[in-house]
Each structure stands twice: as C-alpha cells, then as structure tokens.
Design a protein around this ligand. Structure first.
Ligand SMILES: [Zn+2]
Length: 467
C-alpha cells in the first residue's frame, strides 16, 4: 500500500517499503534549526518514529500528519513545509453569533489541517460583538437588533449578544495552543450601523441610526470629517489591542458608499484641509490615520481590497482580495504590497455548493497570473458569512469540506494537488472531524450536476429577495 490519507497532502513523501505501527511510545521529537519555522520531517519505519521540526509549531504540524496516518501506515519519510505562510478561515459572528465552545471546534478542525489564522469578524451593521471597556455603549446598545430579516431566513424578536474580554482571550489562548493567530476585525468606516446606533453623533448627519435587521450596504457610515469619530474608533481599537496580541488587526474598509461624505460639510472641510481630491482619497486618508495609530503600537493593518481604490493607502497594509474587478490588489502586489486571497467566487463558503462546488474551490489558483512575484501573496483565507446561517450544524455543512480544500491549497504546492485524490482523502479525514464534533456536507452535495447548479443557485438568490 503506497498511499496516505492526509490533508493537506505533504509536499514530499518517500515510501520506504513495508508497514509500521505508529505507536506514540516510539515517537522521538527534536528541534532542527536548519528547518524553517513551519517545516518538519517525519520518518516512520520499523525502528520507530522520528519527528524533527524547525520550531515547536513545526513539530505540532508533524504531529497532525502523524495523527492522520492512523494506527498503521506505510514505512515512509515525509519532508514538508507550506506553500503559503498565511492559511486562514474567517468567521462572521455578527449576523449570527456562535458560542466559544463552537468556535473552539472550528479551531480544532483548522489546526488539524495546519491552518494558522482565525480572522474573527466582530462588528458590522447588524451588531457590535466586542465588549469595549472604553466605550461600553458601543456594545450595550450596538449588540442588539430588533429582529432578523435575511431574506428567506426571518427570525422575530430581539437578537443580540457579545463576547466579553475574558471570552475573547479564552479563544485567543485556545488558538495560541494550536499555533493559530486570531486576527480580530473592526470594520470601518462602512458597515458601522451598530456603532452609529450607540454614537449617532459620529455619522455625517448626526441622526439616529438603527442596528440593521437585514443584509445590505448602508449609506450611513462613520464621518471622516469629525475628530470625535477617531476618538471613538481609536478607543475601541485600544481595547482590541489589549485583548488580541496579533501583529495584524483587520480594519475592514469594504463597501463604504460615499453618498454622505459627498454632502457632509465636515467631510468636505477635511478634504480641503488635507488636500484630498476625491472621496476615495478621503477613505485612504481615514485608513492611514488608523494605520498610523496601529504602527505607533507596533501593529499593522489588514484591509479589504476596496481600501486600495484611493491609491494612497500606506504600503505597510495587507490587502485582502475578495471582489476586485479592477485588479487593484494585483497592482498593489506588483508594487511590493502584501495580499491575501479570499476570492468571492471560489472561497466564500456561505454560498451554496450549487454556486461554488467543492471542486471549484479546490482547483482555484490563488496567485493571479499577472502577479510577478508570488511571494507577495501571503496566502489564502476561506470566509463564512452568517446572514443565512443561524446554527452551528448548518455552518459546518457549508464550511466543510470547502474550508479544508482551502487549507490544502494553502499548504500543498500546486503541482502536488489533485482534486479527485483530495475528495477521496476527505473520507478518511472525516474521522477527525467526528472526534471534534463536526459533521461535513455529504459527498453527494459537494459537486452538484449542471441542472442542480442552475436551479439551486437561482433558488438561493430568489430567497434573498423574499422580505
Ligand atoms: Zn462627514
């Protein structure tokens, strides 16, 4: 038997002949400084198991491989390291909230396939889910919406909830034990209705704003002209920095309509004072002001690709590409910027399998052909937004196996990937998900027929409109 059922597929496997037991008592572990930080070598033969890693993290990865090899495996030598340094998943806990225990299950699954980032979407129009010690009103007022009306998914009654600093630290620590960095997202200047509900004075009009009950893009965004906006935003960021030790903080920047900014005297004055020609440049200036604050604290920012439109965003940011028809992120990468790929059409796991079959997710190459230096692509991330996902079982159905396919793309070199083999190996990997308490979508749902692709996708999108 010259086959192993491991996800992600190791990049170099040499079969030595025969089989051996993977008895944990025969495991000897060492650190080898000649190996990279995420690089390990693993030998299993009749004499025992030798695992060397460039760091404790690399040893952890070697152990994940060993765990998936099962109780008996072919005698082999694996030399392995990841294709990309950034391998993440994103969880939206705004539209629907998930418990710390449920989040830990996702983290366990991510760690088992050598992912190393959890991007935690914590604020949006439909709720503010970080408890802010400096601005408690943001949370106490902004975390509750009056009802939920996400197309076909309607829920009557108030919906709310937030994470205390202790709960967020618990997630951070749990992740750290599994070599996963938590990157929190505080989305500004758009997607801020929940924050504006608590602080209407920092919108352009200064009028009352409701915590939104539906999905969408809303015109009321943070006013870039008022200094108080930055007082509030930097207070919340200061709270975030105390809870999350990550080098990178995600500050959003997506879907920020400029309707209010065009009419607002404060925003007009800011543009004049700062010599900014367009509202897009004003957003660039807004972003840079926060980036400067983060820099002063030794941190860096990640932004969604829309933030690059201004052309003036600080080159130290990492841009997360999700929907970028004008390829601003490619240009940014070719100018030396760092990007992460979360392509909407391939990696958004909240869209049905009929629109994004597993094989489409798996086969996607995250390095755009026009990017000259592949190393500018830090890696991949699979987001799951939760407008239409209100329970953990359904979340897992949508996320698995697609998130696992993204994990393999993040780790396994393109030349070593194979979609059919991945789908076969996923059958064996499900044992690990069972142990964690996660149930994936059944195999018959992964790659729908052409007929199902059309009808089920139409059904999904018409459902969004049913208010
Ligand atoms: Zn304004």
């Amino acid at each position: 038997m010259k086959r192993i059922d491991v996800i992600p597929m190791p990049n170099k496997v040499e079969f030595l002949g025969g089989e051996a037991k993977t008895d944990p008592e025969k495991l000897s572990v060492s650190i080898d400084e000649k190996l990279g930080e995420e690089e390990y070598s693993l030998t299993v033969d009749k004499n025992g198991i030798k695992l060397s890693g460039g760091s404790e993290k690399a040893v952890f990865y070697g152990k994940q491989t060993l765990r998936q090899l099962g109780k008996t495996c072919p005698c082999l030598r694996i030399e392995d390291k990841p294709a990309f340094p950034y391998r993440g998943f994103m969880l939206d806990t705004v539209r629907h909230i998930f418990t710390v225990e449920e989040i830990k299950k996702l983290v366990d699954a991510a760690a088992s396939v050598k992912m190393n980032v959890m991007h935690w979407h914590l604020t949006d129009d439909q709720g503010f889910r970080i408890y802010s010690s400096r601005r408690p009103d943001a949370t106490l007022k902004g975390s509750v919406r009056k009802s939920s009306d996400f197309g076909r998914l309607k829920e009557t009654g108030e919906y709310g909830g937030y994470f205390t600093p202790e709960e967020m630290k618990e997630v951070v620590d749990y992740c750290a034990e599994r070599y996963i960095t938590v990157i929190p997202e505080f989305d500004v200047p758009g997607h801020t209705s929940a924050l504006l509900h608590a602080f209407p004075q920092i919108s352009c009009k200064g009028e009352a704003v409701e915590v939104k009950t539906s999905q969408g893009i809303y015109n009321d965004i943070l006013c870039a002209g008022k200094d108080e906006t930055f007082d509030v935003v930097l207070d919340v960021i200061s709270d975030i920095l105390e809870i999350f030790p990550s080098e990178y903080i995600h500050i959003g920047g997506d879907e920020a309509p400029k309707t209010r900014w065009k009419e607002c005297p404060h925003c007009r004055k800011r543009m004049k004072d700062e010599g900014l020609k367009t509202e897009e440049e004003l957003q660039g200036w807004f972003t840079n002001r926060i980036v400067d604050f983060l820099k002063s604290k030794g941190r860096k920012a990640i932004v969604w690709n829309e933030s690059l439109r201004s052309g003036i965003v600080d080159g130290s940011v990492t841009a997360q590409m999700w929907m970028d028809r004008k390829k601003h992120s490619v240009k940014f990468a070719n100018e030396g910027g760092r990007i992460i790929n979360s392509d909407f059409f391939h990696y958004y796991c909240d869209y049905p399998y009929s629109m994004t079959p597993l094989i489409k997710t798996y086969n996607y190459n995250p390095v755009d052909k026009k990017i000259r230096d592949k190393s500018r692509v830090a890696g991949v991330e699979a987001p799951i937004w939760t407008e239409y996902i209100n329970n953990f079982d359904y979340l897992c159905y949508m996320f698995f196996p697609r998130v696992t396919a993204v994990a393999e793309t993040g780790w396994t070199e393109n030349k070593n990937k194979n979609a059919a083999d991945f789908q076969r190996r996923f059958g064996a990997y499900e044992k690990i998900l069972d142990e964690i308490g996660i149930k994936s979508a059944p195999e018959e749902d992964w790659n729908p027929s052409v007929f199902d692709r059309v009808t089920k996708t139409l059904h999904f999108f018409t459902g969004l409109l049913k208010r």
